[in-house]
Design a protein around this ligand. Structure first.
Ligand SMILES: Cc1cc2nc3c(=O)[nH]c(=O)nc-3n(C[C@H](O)[C@H](O)[C@H](O)COP(=O)(O)OP(=O)(O)OC[C@H]3O[C@@H](n4cnc5c(N)ncnc54)[C@H](O)[C@@H]3O)c2cc1C
Length: 381
């Protein structure tokens, strides 16, 4: 078995890591969170690097790279603030859905704009009554000539309010369909479409992207903006879910590594009872366990990404990696807070931000309970 990156991948990884150190250092990440500021400037810079084009074919201006290159990118992006990676993951994942399910016209229009960083994509599946049970979507899209009229409410759409954002929105087009998954259609809705209003939801963490509730009041959308076929939106939503989950998981690993790095540096510096606290076995063993778990999470993510790149079925491995990396991030962030004592609780240190941002990773992109359900099904349960 060979777990090493190729020379090109290692060179690429180093390039992204040093880019993040220069363009999104600790102080900048802190400001994004404190000011609840969308990272437009950072995204403009990565567009100039060509990194919005990584997974897309050359004919659209992309680089035709695999999932492995994507996860190396997001692992590095998440170093200081998770949302830098989060916004990127959503645009990549929705863009891949357009590539897979879009008409030729849709692909020609949207994909080059994504690659150039001119548009970004958000995903809106959740509703007040549709969380883990995503098939409970009820927001209605009713045909009206060449258009559809959408009415209803959506919850938790991350990054929905950012400039030039297109919301990939799952709607109900057949309310009698059985099973319920058969009556869902997806539309590409520009976030300045008349009749669409948004409200920012105040959250514990993930404040850079922000998450929004949406109200749609007679929103008129052309049928040309339907992604995939009528009533077959469930396949569109699920189409690249494994890729989204694994790329998000690599960002959890990137953030978890920062937690360990910060806690380790603190344990070497903080002196109590005449010696650095890292010299106390209780602290040094906690750090050893933290690094071991992060390394295990990284290996699980890399293996699942490798399987996807080989075209192998990897749904179980992706769910295992998502489950383990998100729970590891939450666990090490809690331990990191403990190692820093009272200082971890202070807003001037980054540990509290890692801790706040970590909390949602076991919920978003499918809760830990849902991942266990998927894994158990693969085990024949
Ligand atoms: C910051 C943030 C950003 C988000 N971004 C987006 C986004 O961009 N787009 C989007 O569509 N959604 C987004 N979400 C929504 C997110 O995907 C949901 O919160 C998630 O799917 C869980 O749904 P819920 O919160 O309604 O919880 P529920 O589904 O109500 O679950 C509550 C609890 O019950 C458990 N549970 C539910 N069903 C079962 C079961 N069958 N077996 C065992 N346990 C079960 C869950 O695991 C959980 O612990 C975001 C949420 C947040 C907070």
């Amino acid at each position: 078995m060979d777990f090493s990156l190729t020379d090109e991948q290692e060179m690429f990884r180093k390039t992204v890591v040093s880019f993040v150190e220069k363009e999104c250092p600790r102080e900048v990440a802190r400001q994004y969170d404190e000011n609840k500021q969308f990272p437009y400037d950072f995204y403009e810079k990565i567009a100039r690097q060509g990194w919005f084009g990584l997974p897309f074919p050359e004919k659209y201006g992309g680089n035709n790279c695999g999932i492995m290159e994507l996860i190396l990118t997001t692992e590095a992006f998440a170093k200081y603030v998770y949302d830098i990676a989060g916004g990127y993951v959503t645009t990549m994942f929705c863009g891949l859905n357009i590539l897979k399910h879009g008409t030729e016209e849709q692909k020609d229009y949207y994909v080059p704009r994504i690659v150039r960083g001119e548009i970004r994509l958000a995903i809106s599946i959740s509703e007040p009554a549709a969380g883990s049970d995503a098939a409970a979507i009820s927001i209605s899209a009713v045909p009206d000539g060449d258009d559809f009229i959408i009415n209803g409410e959506k919850m938790f759409c991350s990054g929905a309010e950012a400039k030039n954002t297109i919301i990939t929105m799952a709607t109900r087009t057949d309310k009698h369909a059985q099973p319920r998954q058969k009556g869902i259609s997806v539309f590409l809705v520009e976030n300045d479409t008349p009749g669409l209003t948004m409200r920012r939801i105040e959250t514990l963490g993930r404040r850079t992207m922000g998450t929004f509730s949406l109200n749609l009041d007679n929103v008129r959308i052309s049928k040309n903006k339907m992604l995939g076929k009528l009533n077959e939106g469930w396949e569109v939503i699920l189409g690249n879910l494994d890729k989204e989950r694994i790329v998000a998981s690599s960002a959890y690993v990137g953030q978890a590594q920062s937690v360990v790095n910060d806690a380790l540096a603190y344990a070497k510096e903080r002196v109590q009872f005449g010696k650095p606290i890292g010299k106390f076995q209780a602290i040094s063993h906690m750090l050893a366990d933290m690094q071991t778990k992060v390394e295990a999470a990284r290996l699980m993510v890399y293996r699942a990404a490798w399987m996807l790149d080989q075209g192998l079925p990897a749904s179980k491995e992706v769910s295992m990696a998502k489950l383990f990396s998100s729970e590891t991030l939450m666990e090490v962030a809690t331990q990191g807070m403990q190692i820093m004592g009272g200082y971890g609780y202070c807003m001037e240190y980054d540990m509290q931000r890692y801790f706040r941002d970590a909390k949602i990773t076991t919920v978003s992109a499918g809760t830990s309970q849902m991942q266990r359900l998927i894994i158990a099904r693969h085990m024949g349960l």
